[in-house]
Design a protein around this ligand. Structure first.
Ligand SMILES: [Mg+2]
Ligand SMILES: [Zn+2]
Length: 175
C-alpha cells in the first residue's frame, strides 16, 4: 500500500520565518505545529519536510549548519511524539538550474521515488505560492497555505485552503 504524506515546508510553517535561519537559538516553533502533526499521524499520514535552503549556495551558512539545526528540530518533534519520515532540502540558489528548488517539483519527486507515495491523497502545507506550484507539478492537488510566513496574494493563489497558521489546519485536513 502506498503511503499518504503531509509534506511540510519548514520556514514559516514549522518555525517562525526569520530569513536564512541557521542557528538553533533562532528556531522558534510555530504554535500548534506539534498538535497538528500528531493529528496528521492519527489520520494515517506520514510527514516529510521539503525546504528550499538557498542560504547554503549564497554562502550565508553551510550544509553542516543546516544539518545541525535539522537534527535538533527532528529531536524536538520526536520528543513531542512526531516522527518525521524524511527531510528533503534544496541547497541551490534562484539562479541555479537544479530541479529541486521550489517551484520546481524535484523534492516531491525524489520523495515519491524513495517512498512510493499516494500523491493524490497527500497534502502540502506551505507559506509561498512556489510551494503550491511545486506540489501541483508533482501531482498533489491538496494544498494549504499558511499566512505565518510570507505575504500571500489570496486572489491569485492556486491553494485549496489559506489559513492563518498550521494551528488551524484541522479545518482543512479531515481524513
Ligand atoms: Mg516557507
Ligand atoms: Zn536545488
Amino acid at each position: 500500500m502506498s503511503k499518504k504524506i503531509v509534506f511540510l515546508d519548514r520556514d514559516g510553517v514549522i518555525n517562525k520565518e526569520v530569513g536564512y535561519l541557521h542557528k538553533i537559538e533562532d528556531f522558534e516553533f510555530i504554535n500548534g505545529v506539534f498538535d497538528a502533526c500528531v493529528y496528521f499521524q492519527s489520520l494515517g499520514y506520514q510527514l516529510i519536510v521539503v525546504t528550499n535552503q538557498s542560504g547554503i549556495e549564497r554562502g550565508y551558512y553551510s550544509e553542516d549548519d543546516f544539518h545541525t539545526v535539522n537534527n535538533w528540530m527532528l529531536k524536538q518533534f520526536k520528543n513531542q511524539g512526531v516522527d518525521i519520515l524524511d527531510v528533503f532540502f534544496c541547497p541551490h540558489g534562484p539562479g541555479s538550474n537544479c530541479d529541486c528548488r521550489k517551484p520546481k517539483p524535484g523534492m516531491f519527486n525524489q520523495a515519491d521515488d524513495k517512498y512510493s507515495i499516494d500523491m493524490e491523497n497527500s497534502w502540502m502545507i506551505g507559506d509561498k505560492e512556489a510551494d503550491v506550484q511545486a506540489a501541483n507539478a508533482a501531482g498533489i492537488q491538496n494544498t494549504v497555505l499558511v499566512k505565518s510566513g510570507h505575504t500571500i496574494d489570496e486572489t491569485n493563489s492556486k491553494s485549496l485552503f489559506i489559513l492563518d497558521s498550521i494551528e488551524y489546519v484541522k479545518t482543512a485536513i479531515k481524513n
